[in-house]
Design a binder for this molecule. Sequence first.
Ligand code: ADP
Ligand code: MG
Ligand code: MG
Length: 496
Amino acid sequence: MAWARWLRRHGWQLPLHPLQLVGMAVFAALVAAFYVVLGLGPYIGSTVAGNTLLALFSFSRSGKAPGVGLLHAPFSLLPMSFPKAYWDQALELAPLFNELVDRVSLDGDFLQEKLARTKDVDSFTRRLLDIHSKMMKLNKKEDVRLGLTRSDYMVDGATDLLLQVELNTISTSSNGLACGVCELHRNLIRQHERELGLDPNHVVGNTAITQHAEALAGAWAEYNKQSAVVLVVVQEEERYMYDQYWITVALREMYGVTTIRKTMAAIEAEGELHPDGTLVVNGLPVAVVYFRAGYSPDDYPSETEWRARLLIERSSAIKCPSIAHHLVGTKKIQQELAKENVLERFLDNKSDIEKVRKCFAGLWSLDNDTIVMSAIESPELYVLKPQREGGGNNIYGDKLRETLVNLRKEGSNELAAYILMQRIFPPASLCYLVREGTCIKDNSVSEFGVFGAYLRNKDKVIINGHCGYLMRTKAASLNEGGVVAGYAFLNSIFLT
Ligand code: ADP
Ligand code: MG
Ligand code: MG
């Protein structure tokens, strides 16, 4: 890999000296401080702020109290070179996927029908579908719809195609962290311009925070109630605390919008629905509910949390996402959309349909016995996915074979809980990866996500576009991805 040659040629010795790593950590903190001072102004709620900071749970109160138990997020030492053609392609796809999500979300029968078999065997999907079905019965319309999406891709080494890994419609995270690492890389390259011989301007700037804030503020404005707040739904122990704070800061500093942070349990305890549909939490009317939790069964440890989700859904607050938008992001719907003639049901323009279809990898339901047999024979060519989010849930290799064999033996309906996906093998290269202050060199592959924002009020599309990106790099030997899940390293793009 070119980075490795540059580093060696310019006298960097690996592993890096602890002092060099300390220097980098200080530098990351300085970049964060720079943001605070020059970018967005001081933020009172968080005494320690930094885009590249994560909370670490080995300290008591970490993840609960700002400033306690902090650790830099894992990051790549230098940005990843990435061809402009893929970048352009992914940007062009963003508004198409946003529109697709919205259109599919309006087809309640499609969602119910395609998820019906999964519902029977997966209790989490069932609970979500039950809320969705209640809303259908109430004929509940969401006039203002806000989607903050992230479409994730990998380059398939064998075909050179940019293939979609998945489309996230709920709690699309790392918008703050991604902006931070991009600034870090620009500054590192600027600082070492002579040794590296790289142009810092080739590191693609990241607008995820400002644009997501713009979309949330836009939705807040559509709700049109000055005293209303944006409610950020968070987990009890929140490792994305700092990632989320940047949105909060931007909303207040740039748009004068107040946010409150609540867990689902707190929303249930403090929330009420007024007769006109207004959601009021702790006395404050809520204009927008921004879910940064609620995507995993772990977020619903009891009936309390489900009551909170239903309360939110019944209200007139703008949900990001609505239950329908959430369901469109399930792996099962991704697989259904990849079937022949299904995109045509939702998109009109032939060339748009072609562009979307071109990035679909092979996706199959498990009622396709030929594919199931093929996956049992060659499990290394597939990924088995349940209807889960947040990383660490997919099944690979021998475990995949074992799972399929068992499910088939039982003749069980459980097969409907999963989908099969073609395994993508991105080209690998050597990278310098820093975790917990230690730098390692590893053969690595990358996954590239484009954030999207979609805001509409009835027939008027107010925002539909791409808004920043997330580059994640992980050891090529690993199956899973995900930064906070503990597999991947934050990265940025060096456009070539
Ligand atoms: P989640 O919603 O949990 O993030 P993903 O579908 O994104 O689920 O899968 C998690 C991780 O697994 C991805 O970040 C990626 O590293 C890996 N992965 C998923 N699908 C594939 C695939 N088809 N080929 C190769 N790796 C994959
Ligand atoms: Mg996901
Ligand atoms: Mg993912």
